[in-house]
Ligand binder design. Structure first.
Ligand SMILES: Cc1ncc(COP(=O)(O)O)c(C=O)c1O
Length: 449
């Protein structure tokens, strides 16, 4: 039977759009019963404009993914040029020019041991496949250790919303209800550098955690396939920042115990921590590296899982040996998304994006320090271009509701942020100007004061 499309009104009114948005669009991580439509009509640079013509600074980089600002001429042109060639080609047993070039560029900019790139379309699946690769590796590598079926994951971890990534996750609000469906990882308590008042207590917490890691590996000798961790900053945990040496420490211990290290740089990759990749800060070369969000500059859905040759080689053999990685996604390595990603990497180079961050990071640090004067502010913290503070929730108020209430106030001053419970997160595009950073913090101070 032919379908008949009931065309929506050619020029729908704002009221119609808001009505249909509320009625038909089921928004992620959003309580639809109390959702108030916020409908973006366009965006340029670090500003987004809603359908009513109001302009806001995009202080969350469209959920931690926009890097060079919206409508960057070079990224737009790359997507348009690619569209004239081909929009999509399957990655299953076939390739295209852009996918190949992007893989080569990623291999060149990431740690030297990473040589092979498996593409997906979102961050969760980049981790999901990393978990499966680690598992399958131990079943069929040269000297198989099939009992290595366990994972170690960090306390408060968030790696996405598929069942595998929820299993290694540890955010009760998001994950608790799914417990009956999940496999249980071993859990390592990761310290938050900002929980400690001085270097000595921070160092003690670091050592305690690393000793705990050694202990977990000894108790489960020969049974752990991999540790999965967000390097330096655990974003969705509420911007939990590890003390210096934690990443290097876990990487060294994992290596000593022959356990694979999966670094989830979906949120922290592409400059957010002040270096291109967070692993660079502590000279860590993981066995498996997961990238997403900022890979395409935040323009199109794409993610990548890079592996070492040691890992990759375990999957090679005759077809009949069934060593193939039987995993894939229809839109993996999509040429349009790859073209955007290649353009984004070129912009990093041409605009010296990373070296230009220094004054911006100092500005964030200076403005965060000032927030300490406000009664409602707790634990202001920063790692590179990532900043956060907690809101002291007034007695009798719900933390999450108070977070939303506060961000609504900030929005009235022209800045769009999204809270995580009572944590206010500022993670603007790397292209933001110092003047715009001041506008963000001015709006926050006005809302606090
Ligand atoms: C560290 C980390 N890993 C994985 C993901 C999941 O990425 P996606 O939302 O693209 O599936 C996120 C998303 O916020 C993340 O912060």
């Amino acid at each position: 039977m032919e379908i008949v499309i009931q065309e929506p009104a050619p020029q729908p009114s704002n009221e119609q759009l808001e009505f249909w948005d509320q009625k038909h669009v089921w928004h992620s991580f959003t309580q639809m019963a109390s959702y108030t439509p916020f409908i973006v009509e366009s965006a340029k640079g670090c500003r987004i404009r809603d359908i009513h013509g109001n302009e806001y600074i995009d202080a969350v980089s469209s959920l931690w993914c926009n890097v060079h600002g919206h409508q960057h001429a070079k990224i737009n042109a790359a997507i348009q040029d690619q569209l004239k060639k081909v929009a999509h080609v399957t990655n299953l047993g076939a390739s295209n020019v852009e996918t190949i070039l992007l893989a080569k560029m990623l291999v060149d900019v990431t740690p030297d041991n990473l040589e092979h790139v498996f593409f997906c379309s979102d961050g969760a699946n980049a981790i999901e496949v990393a978990l499966k690769i680690a598992f399958q590796y131990w079943q069929q590598c040269d000297q198989p250790e099939p009992k290595r079926t366990k994972y170690i994951a960090l306390s408060n971890a968030y790696h996405g919303d598929t069942i595998g990534t929820v299993s290694v996750g540890d955010v009760p609000l998001f994950h608790q209800i799914f417990k009956p469906l999940l496999f249980e990882p071993l859990r390592l308590n990761a310290p938050n550098a900002f929980d400690f008042v001085d270097d000595e207590s921070r160092q003690r917490a670091l050592e305690k955690s690393l000793t705990e890691f050694e202990g977990l590996l000894s108790e489960n000798a020969g049974q752990v396939a991999a540790i999965v961790a967000e390097p330096l900053v655990q974003g969705a945990a509420g911007i939990k920042i590890h003390p210096e040496g934690f990443l290097r420490g876990i990487a060294g211990i994992a290596k000593k115990h022959n356990v694979l290290m999966i670094a989830d740089e979906v949120a922290v990759g592409f400059g957010r921590t002040g270096k291109m990749f967070a692993c660079e800060h502590e000279d860590v070369a993981p066995d498996i590296l997961c990238l997403g969000k900022g890979l395409s500059g935040g323009y199109l859905p794409i993610s990548a899982t890079l592996t070492s040759t040691k890992v990759y080689n375990a999957f090679l053999g005759d077809i009949a040996e069934k060593k193939t990685l039987f995993h894939g996604h229809t839109f993996a390595g999509n040429p349009l998304a790859c073209a955007a990603s290649i353009a984004s990497l070129r912009v990093f180079d041409e605009e010296k994006t990373i070296s230009n961050l220094e004054p911006k990071m100092r500005r964030i640090g200076f403005r965060l320090e000032r927030l300490k004067e406000f009664d409602f502010v707790e634990s202001p913290r920063q790692r590179g271009m990532i900043a956060a503070f907690d809101l002291k929730t007034p007695a009798g108020k719900n933390e999450s509701e108070f977070g939303y209430y506060f961000c609504d106030l900030v929005q009235q001053y022209g800045v769009r942020i999204r809270p995580l419970g009572n944590t206010v997160i500022i993670m603007p595009p790397l292209a933001i100007s110092e003047e715009e950073l001041d506008m963000i913090f001015d709006a926050i101070e006005m809302s606090l004061g």
